[in-house]
Design a protein around this ligand. Structure first.
Ligand SMILES: Cc1cc2nc3c(=O)[nH]c(=O)nc-3n(C[C@H](O)[C@H](O)[C@H](O)COP(=O)(O)OP(=O)(O)OC[C@H]3O[C@@H](n4cnc5c(N)ncnc54)[C@H](O)[C@@H]3O)c2cc1C
Ligand code: SF4
Ligand code: SF4
Ligand code: SF4
Length: 385
């Protein structure tokens, strides 16, 4: 029997599913709602292609000298709709100007997330903005390959494991393929997301029209979850929104995200995008609190692409990469699994309301911050005595 990989290591990239010549693999959800490959032994011919393209097994090593930049898109509207400094849109527009195709993550009609491709700038708004759950890759790698075989330019964007999954699947380099990954905290499952949406008290306000995980109305740092219903807009700071609490307190992530193989200094993508969380310490004057991107250039191709968008940036400044990583640990370090994660998922699968489950297992950030402040005040008083 073909045994692709240990379950806790599998990142769900779907490279094995895309490569199988006999359609012997299906991606099926487990009890936590994460997709894993299941092999139909009747159909399997033991060709081992699935093992060959699995990025966890093949673990491709890269030698490069990444460079880091602080970047902001000049276009304020696009920047406000984007999670960080709006650099994804600029890279994507460049590819579309080359008559290329852009692959990224969008919502479907039920607000689940999936990879899709777009061919014009208007459609890019579907891909704009972070959606904090694992996207469904389906047969996207095959589509990327088909466009590359037609000599089209392609920009593929996704999590680091999806970029590695695609590169493994392709098994060869293509000059016209550009890849952009992100600094990745990790991904919750579709089940967690659907429980959040389905249990929402706001359902009485009608159908959902739009969701933004990173509304910057208050500021980029103090972003909020924003859900527009027919007759109501829900807008709650990420520290108080139940979905974001479970995500940021590491309860709801996929197993593989706690020992991620792709959080590394030398990456296989051309460009890596992130929030420039250390900006107030490194270059305080650049922070206007509307969002700034940390852009890591990993290859010559990536450097050329960034060069092409420089006139469309209000800020593009090289920074010390080691300094930036100090303030963005997710770049190279995996999240630490919350000790109560298993119990969290058990309760999630019971009849308990989503909000109650999350409240049971999460600390209140504002209370936490207050007690840290109080603690500091007490220490200062003691030191003054
Ligand atoms: C799951 C996830 C975790 C992240 N964790 C961190 C982190 O810990 N630290 C940090 O600094 N930055 C993190 N980011 C990246 C950050 O949120 C921004 O996406 C990034 O800085 C790009 O911002 P932008 O303003 O240039 O473009 P935006 O328009 O905001 O970004 C759009 C890009 O994000 C991609 N994208 C959106 N949702 C997903 C998804 N579910 N899976 C894969 N790709 C997706 C789109 O395909 C597109 O390429 C994370 C993003 C995601 C999706
Ligand atoms: S060994 Fe070959 S046929 Fe069997 S599941 Fe893997 S890719 Fe498919
Ligand atoms: S190729 Fe991806 S989905 Fe398949 S076993 Fe490996 S990590 Fe899991
Ligand atoms: S943390 Fe690692 S395994 Fe998890 S989604 Fe991100 S890149 Fe993939």
């Amino acid at each position: 029997m073909i045994n692709i990989i240990e379950k806790t290591q599998c990142c769900g990239c779907s490279a094995c599913y895309n490569i199988c010549p006999k359609q012997a693999i299906t991606m099926e959800e487990d009890e936590k709602g994460f997709r894993y490959p299941i092999v139909d032994e009747e159909k399997c011919i033991d060709c081992k292609l699935c093992e060959k393209v699995c990025p966890i097994i093949s673990n491709q090593k890269v030698e490069n000298k990444p460079k880091a930049y602080a970047c902001i898109n000049k276009n304020d509207k696009i920047r406000s709709e984007s999670s960080s400094g709006g650099i994804f849109t600029l890279l994507a527009e460049e590819i579309i100007d080359m008559k290329g195709i852009v692959f990224g993550v969008a919502f479907d009609e039920n607000f689940n997330v999936m990879h899709k491709y777009v061919e014009n700038k208007e459609q890019l708004k579907e891909l704009r903005g972070s959606k904090y759950l694992q996207s469904d890759i389906k047969e996207i790698y095959k589509q990327v390959k088909a466009f590359l075989e037609q000599d089209r330019y392609v920009l593929f964007t996704g999590t680091p494991c999806q970029v590695e999954g695609l590169k493994s699947f392709l098994q060869q380099n293509y000059d016209r393929l550009y890849t952009q990954d992100i600094v990745c905290h990790g991904v919750p499952s579709k089940k967690v997301w659907q429980k959040y949406l389905g249990n929402s008290k706001n359902m009485k306000y009608g159908k959902i029209k739009n969701i933004n995980f990173r509304n910057k109305k208050d500021s980029w740092e103090s972003y909020s979850m924003n859900i527009e219903y027919d007759n109501y807009t829900y807008n709650i700071n990420h520290n108080n929104d139940m979905y974001m609490k479970a995500f940021l307190q590491d309860l709801s992530l996929r197993d593989s995200c706690y020992s991620c193989h792709f959080k590394k200094f030398n990456r296989n993508s051309d460009i890596t995008l992130a929030d420039f969380w250390g900006i107030s310490k490194i270059k305080p004057k650049l922070n206007d609190h509307k969002g700034i991107s940390l852009v890591i250039v990993n290859s010559k191709k990536g450097e050329k692409l960034l060069g092409k968008i420089k006139d469309k940036c209000s800020i593009i400044e090289e920074v010390d990469i080691d300094e930036t990583i100090k303030y963005n640990k997710s770049f190279i370090t995996s999240a630490v699994q919350n000790k109560e994660r298993e119990q969290f998922f058990k309760d999630l699968n019971s009849n308990m309301e989503f909000e109650k489950v999350v409240k049971k297992y999460t600390k209140n950030q504002s209370i936490l911050k207050k007690s840290i402040k109080n603690g500091k005040r007490i220490i200062k008083k003691i030191l003054r005595k």
